[in-house]
Design a protein around this ligand. Structure first.
Ligand code: GUN
Length: 290
């Protein structure tokens, strides 16, 4: 079994971006990070994004509206960022609290600044294999990890568990693309799938994006499979200062000995998401400048 280190691959990408950003004269790329309310996981993710941006030389603008913000106030805030020529990329951290309509907010972001790749236009471009759009960060990070670990999906059965807009659907589209490294045969499973373990057992590459700790057990995985664990679940742990530890959607200890390659949690897909966000921000900057 080989561990695929997202930490290492993300660090390589960050180094590449650092060099690229250093070569820009004048204004640096700028990413607006919008976090509504104080969800603890979101606080930690946005902090990480801010820190990585600083490391690369990408400017970040942190906008922290209270959870009492209304839909129309949040839309106005997005409109202002869309119109701001100093802003290249806009990210609205998900999930949004309360009754805020997340999809409407994702669609409010200008497609040219949608570094998350959640806008209808960018999902459409992904389906059309038009590389002028933005692919969502976690799915793009998974593809980058596979490519840099010499896993070619051509002719492989890729099974995705989870059908979210943020991971399941876009990663399935990427794995399906007619381009080097992709060309997978893709199955998407979800909560209404019958006999899910029978399908996951057929996976040459299994992508777990369910959001439930330890959902994927050893009996659900074929010997020699490549397993990508997208889950980041907090489980109570009184031995930790924080009171919790992070675990994936895969029962790592039982599953990992069966696999050819597997990503750990933490240190797997998580850091890749942030690296690809920076890559998309630099892409948005380049398109904006041209
Ligand atoms: N929440 C979990 N993952 C993501 C992501 O990639 N982007 C945003 N905006 N929110 C998230």
């Amino acid at each position: 079994m080989e561990l695929i280190s997202g930490n290492q691959i993300a660090a390589d990408i960050i180094d590449e971006l650092k060099t690229e950003v250093a070569s820009f004269s004048g204004r640096k790329p700028c990413l607006a990070l919008v976090r509504v309310g104080d969800d603890p996981a979101s606080v930690s993710y946005v902090k990480k994004k801010e820190k990585t941006a600083a490391e690369i030389g990408v400017e970040s603008r942190i906008i922290l509206p209270p959870e009492t913000i209304t839909q129309s106030e949040l839309e106005t805030l997005i409109d202002d960022l869309n119109a701001d020529d100093g802003v290249d990329g806009i990210l609205v951290q998900s999930p949004l609290p309360g009754d805020l309509d997340e999809l409407a907010i994702f669609r409010r972001v200008s497609p040219a600044k949608d570094v998350d790749g959640f806008h209808t236009v960018n999902i459409g471009k992904l389906a059309q294999e038009d590389d002028t759009g933005f692919a969502s960060c976690t799915p793009a990070g998974i593809m980058e990890m596979l490519a840099r670990s010499e896993v070619d999906l051509r002719g492989k059965h890729v099974v995705v568990v989870g059908r979210s807009l943020i991971v399941g659907k876009p990663v399935a589209l990427l794995a399906l693309q007619k381009k080097a490294g992709a060309n997978g045969t893709v199955t998407i499973c979800h909560s209404a799938t019958s006999d899910l373990p029978a399908i996951t057992r057929q996976a040459d590459v299994l992508i777990a994006a369910i959001g439930r700790a330890g959902f994927v057990t050893a009996d659900m995985v074929k010997d020699g499979a490549v397993v990508i664990d997208v889950g980041i679940n907090r489980v109570p742990d009184s031995s930790r200062k924080s009171g919790y530890r992070l675990v994936g959607d895969v029962e790592f200890d039982a599953v990992s000995p069966k696999t050819a390659k597997i990503t750990p949690v933490p240190g797997g897909v998580g850091p890749m998401t942030v690296a690809m966000l920076m890559k998309n921000t630099v892409k948005a900057y380049r398109l904006h400048q041209s």
